[in-house]
Design a protein around this ligand. Structure first.
Ligand code: NDP
Length: 603
């Protein structure tokens, strides 16, 4: 049953049937945390851990996490004249997700002109429209070098506890290196996608072959490198990979070319739209006027969220989806001469999506030679139910003679034993098993960051957020003085371009810290009223990162489990959308009033 259903009703019935067979009562609990006997899946394969003495000093600002969140915040702090900044990072270098994710083919789905932060500040010209991971990692290093982030950083160091000490208004930061240093301010850029998770498949611990998670790629075992050299040690190897999400889609073409046999264990196929990558012409790049990146960022965010602009500067799959929906709404409005109501918007969205997904399924048939494999690779859900993928070699990989799609009809791998994987009563013998099973997203704050944050009066951030995130602007949390969160949620929440949220948060934090220092404040905190008012503004807003609850399960919709207020709040954004938020927060910063924050200035 792989041809297109006769009409929209039949199509949507198929979507529901496919979803229903994937719903599991255990939701997020189906995954295993990499702790205890699975802790080795977190080991850093990229650097040798070197011993050092613990530090017991004090800094003005501690930045937890050296990914783009920490780096953009550090850059803005340094620009504001705040130099005494320390990054603490579990990895052996800066880069965050781009430090860890070095799997072959890793690249960013968002165009480099808008994704790579601080391009004008660093003078870097992206080499391609969509850049590969090594260039993104290098860019992170470039920012760190330019802004002096390396000077005082602690790498290969995991924070174990973060605690507010009211006696002298300092944060105490403890780490797995025995450090216990203090900071006047802390910014947390611990990211939603940094802690790998493993599929809770019975027998997973019994596998005797080689295995690793994609975010800890073992090039010693596979050969090749992150720059794309062939995985030449796999020529005699039977490789299995579990997962077909955005990560797997990028590395499977490399495995397919290199492995003797590749078994792709699929639970839900991804939607694979065209990539159309190309080099960026340096002559064209040189013609861009100063201030160009701001213009591009605004243009992308506007078009991606249904707004209007004279031209589409980025022109990619993200802006295409949004413009199709927008144009349908406009066409309907022209016919009825009425303002768009929620039903019109929903109708326009569904019609655009049906059209888009039919194109995506047709593309599978046009590329994949074997009709049974092609049928199994077709996604039967709305495009934004899962992370949309864009690739020009993934589907082609299934035409390689050694590549086998093992479709589990939504059920996943049944069982793992010493020799391989079982699906539907068939055993697949494997030498190597790769987990492309994603990252912790839907779990609690402490589990995701790997440590607990204890604010005033011993209240933990996990307890404070048990009923969902509470903040002002996604940055300030009442009871957590002098602490700032760096992330998209409860701010712009522009999911298609995460880094824009981070540079904005960095600018906000730098402005607040600079103000505190200037006025001699020892404490800065969002008032309970301001936080409450902000949460009330976001509460009930449907513009959230969570997909439609009717969607096929995944981390966008709490694995198909009920989406309550807590999940909605955790994924909420400014009701008028990202562009309006970025304008609003710019005015808030510039006004100099810092409305909603209380600065405590000692007598
Ligand atoms: P995902 O969480 O998106 O995918 C996990 C995969 O593992 C899914 O295909 C899932 O199937 C599968 N899976 C889980 N359990 C089992 C099981 N028991 N048996 C078989 N299959 C199983 O993780 P990714 O690492 O692919 O991506 C995570 C996120 O990282 C992306 O959504 C994206 O936001 C980001 N990313 C971004 C990139 C970019 O270009 N910017 C590139 C790569 C990742 P099912 O779908 O059925 O749950």
């Amino acid at each position: 049953m792989s041809s297109e259903p006769a009409d929209a009703a039949a199509l949507h019935a198929r979507y529901r049937a496919e979803r229903d067979k994937r719903i599991r009562p255990d939701g997020n609990d189906q995954y295993i945390e990499p702790t205890g006997r699975f802790a080795r899946f977190l080991d850093d394969p990229y650097v040798e851990r070197t011993e050092r003495d613990p530090v017991f000093d004090e800094v003005t600002v501690a930045l937890i996490g050296g990914g783009f969140a920490g780096l953009c915040t550090a850059a803005r702090l340094k620009e504001a004249g705040i130099d005494d900044v320390r990054v603490v990072e579990g990895g052996g270098d800066v880069g965050g997700a781009w430090y860890w994710n070095r799997y072959p083919g890793a690249m960013c789905d968002t165009a480099a002109m808008v994704y790579l932060p601080l391009l004008e500040e660093t003078g870097h010209q992206p080499t391609k429209k969509y850049t590969y991971a090594p260039e993104i990692f290098e860019h992170a290093r470039r920012i760190a070098t330019q802004y002096g982030v390396y000077d005082n950083a602690l790498f290969s160091t995991a924070v174990t506890a973060l605690e507010w000490d009211a006696t002298d208004a300092r944060w105490v930061i403890r780490t797995d290196r025995g450090d216990e240093f203090r900071a006047r301010f802390v910014a947390m850029g611990t990211g939603p996608l940094h802690r790998p998770k493993l599929p809770g498949i019975p027998g997973i611990e019994t596998f005797e072959g080689h295995c690793f998670h994609t975010s800890r790629w073992d090039y010693d075992y596979t050969g090749g490198d992150s720059a794309g050299a062939p995985l030449d040690k796999l020529a005699d190897t039977r490789v299995g990979i579990i997962g077909t999400g955005a990560t797997a889609v990028q590395c499977i073409p490399h495995l397919a070319r290199a492995a003797k046999e590749l078994y792709v264990f699929q639970r839900t196929p991804s939607s694979i739209d065209v990539r159309n990558n190309h080099d960026i012409d340096p002559h064209w790049f040189a013609t861009l006027e100063p201030g160009w990146q701001k213009v591009w960022l605004r243009n992308f965010a506007t078009l991606q969220t249904g707004g209007f602009a004279d031209e589409d500067l980025v022109q990619d799959g993200w802006t295409d989806i949004a413009q199709r929906i927008r144009d349908r709404i406009v066409a309907e409005m022209a016919e009825t001469d009425a303002a768009p109501d929620p039903e019109t918007i929903q109708r326009a969205y569904e019609a655009s999506d049906d059209e888009k997904m039919a194109e995506i399924r047709a593309r599978v048939d046009s590329v994949v030679a074997d009709p049974v494999t092609a049928a199994a690779l077709k996604p039967w859900y709305r495009q934004l139910c899962k992370r949309p993928c864009f690739h020009d070699e993934y589907l082609q990989a299934y035409n390689e003679p050694g590549t086998h799609l093992v479709d589990t009809d939504g059920q996943g791998v049944e069982r793992i034993d010493a020799g391989g994987c079982w699906v539907d009563g068939v055993h697949y013998e494997l030498d190597c098993l790769i987990f492309a099973s994603g990252f912790e997203v839907g779990t609690g704050q402490a589990r995701r960051s790997g440590f607990e944050t204890v604010g005033r009066d011993g209240v933990t951030l996990s307890a404070r957020w048990e009923q969902g995130m509470q903040s002002l602007h996604g940055v300030h949390v009442h009871g957590f003085l002098n602490l700032f969160i760096v992330g998209p949620a409860q701010g712009g929440n522009l999911i298609s371009n995460i880094t824009q949220n981070l540079t904005e948060a960095g600018s906000t934090i730098a402005a607040v810290v600079a103000q505190a220092i200037e006025v001699g404040a020892t404490e800065v905190e969002v008032t309970a009223e301001a936080e409450k008012a902000w949460v009330a503004l976001l509460d009930g807003n449907t513009r959230s990162f969570l997909g439609n609850p009717d969607c096929t399960p995944g981390y966008y919709n709490n694995e198909g489990q009920p989406i309550g207020r807590a999940q909605r709040l955790n994924a909420s954004g400014y009701p008028d959308g990202p562009v309006a938020f970025f304008d609003y927060i710019d005015r808030w910063r510039r006004s100099g009033d810092f409305e909603g924050l209380a600065f405590v200035i000692p007598e």
